[in-house]
Design a protein around this ligand. Structure first.
Ligand code: CUA
Length: 366
């Protein structure tokens, strides 16, 4: 076999000089694919309903990222797929080891510079968006401070009552249209406080305070989730954020604050209807609800995170049931680890605990 002619370009020595790269058709394919990809990317409903003023700029940022990244993805995939097909090994070429090719300096500079410039521009844009939406509200604007405490496996939300005392709630209540500053803390491991409808989230780290601001702008109930793997109960570390008219919120906070001081009537301690003392209603109404982890036929719940109460409570007495609610780690049903929030003793009214105990005692007998 004759030595390859050193003067020929690589593709000539490869014997593929008769087949030119079809730049035109490839560009057409890439353009059509990019347009379709961008259209699809913008049409897909990626996010849950937006319920904060901060959500708009974040969703726009996302759309811009889609518009910038789809063409890059399409370009790279087109070149890769084309090359895989075009330069595939053909019969008889099994022992060949293509010609030695030195890189193409100009090409390398281009494909390093363009992505670097794009990345830099997008980083600056993202930084500006984040800084803008976290700007402190103008002086004199009323801001609500909420301290969010995470622990295995629940969130507790602390408000300042009228007399400056902490008011604890297992459910997040917020007034519509008021800027809120969350200060996030953890009692044990790293959690992550996230209300997807507000878009922002941040880690809850033991020993330090983290924070962010949102302004809820849509009434409704939205999930609060933990977004950092924090142990076996991570998936059930879910509660509810309720955005309500400011007047309703003020009424709730006032009532809650007085309830905690032992005034008659109590508050809506656990998020169920005010003054609710029906055990069955509380079973599914408290936050986080008993029914979201436990099966109990009478209450119509079927979750399997914790023991099936229809079975595990059979023959148990009142003291055992009460302890299981307020100190869930004390005695564990066989085969279960303790994933239950340890906070029910504090966040439920005594009357609510009594009602739950009474209801579960009936079930234990039945
Ligand atoms: Cu807390 Cu995951």
């Amino acid at each position: 076999m004759a030595a390859p002619d050193k003067n020929l370009p690589d593709y000539e020595r490869l014997g593929i000089s008769d087949r030119k790269t079809p730049i035109g058709p490839l560009l057409a394919i890439a353009t059509v694919a990019s347009v379709l990809g961008i259209a699809l990317g913008l049409l897909i409903d990626w996010f849950p309903i937006a319920a904060s003023e901060q959500a708009g700029p974040i969703d726009t940022l996302w759309d811009v990222l889609i518009i910038c990244s789809v063409p890059v993805f399409v370009l790279v995939s087109t070149v890769v797929l084309y090359s895989v097909y075009r330069f595939r090994q053909r019969p008889g070429e099994e022992d060949k080891d293509g010609p030695p090719i030195h890189g193409n300096t100009r090409l390398e500079i281009i494909w390093t510079t363009i992505p670097a410039v794009m990345m830099l521009a997008l980083c600056v844009y993202a930084y500006v968006v984040l800084r803008d939406i976290e700007d402190a509200p103008a002086k004199g604007t009323k801001t609500l401070n909420v301290r969010v405490v995470g622990e295995q496996f629940t969130w507790t939300f602390f408000y300042k009552g009228g007399d400056g005392k902490d008011v604890a709630s297992p459910q997040l209540y917020l007034p519509k249209g008021t800027p809120v500053k969350f200060t996030i803390q953890s009692k044990d491991v790293i959690h992550d406080f996230w209300v997807p409808a507000f878009r922002l989230k941040i880690d809850a780290v033991p020993g330090i305070d983290t924070s962010y601001r949102v302004t809820p702008n849509r009434e409704g109930r939205y999930p609060v989730v933990c977004a950092e793997l924090c142990g076996l109960g991570h998936a059930v570390m879910r509660q509810t954020a309720v955005v309500m008219p400011p007047a309703d919120f003020d009424a709730w906070l006032t009532k809650k604050a007085s309830g905690d001081e032992g005034a008659a009537g109590g508050g809506t301690a656990a998020g169920a209807a005010p003054g609710e003392t029906d055990g069955k209603t509380l079973f599914t109404g408290v936050q986080p609800s008993c029914g979201s982890c436990h099966t109990l036929a009478d209450a119509g719940t079927t979750a399997e995170v914790g023991p099936n109460l229809g079975e595990s409570l059979k023959g148990k007495d009142e003291a055992y049931i009460r302890e299981s609610i307020v100190d869930p780690g004390a005695k564990l049903a066989e085969g279960f680890q303790n994933l239950m929030p340890p906070t029910y003793g504090e966040t439920l009214d005594p009357a609510e605990v009594d009602a739950l105990v009474e209801y579960l005692l009936e079930q234990a007998k039945g």
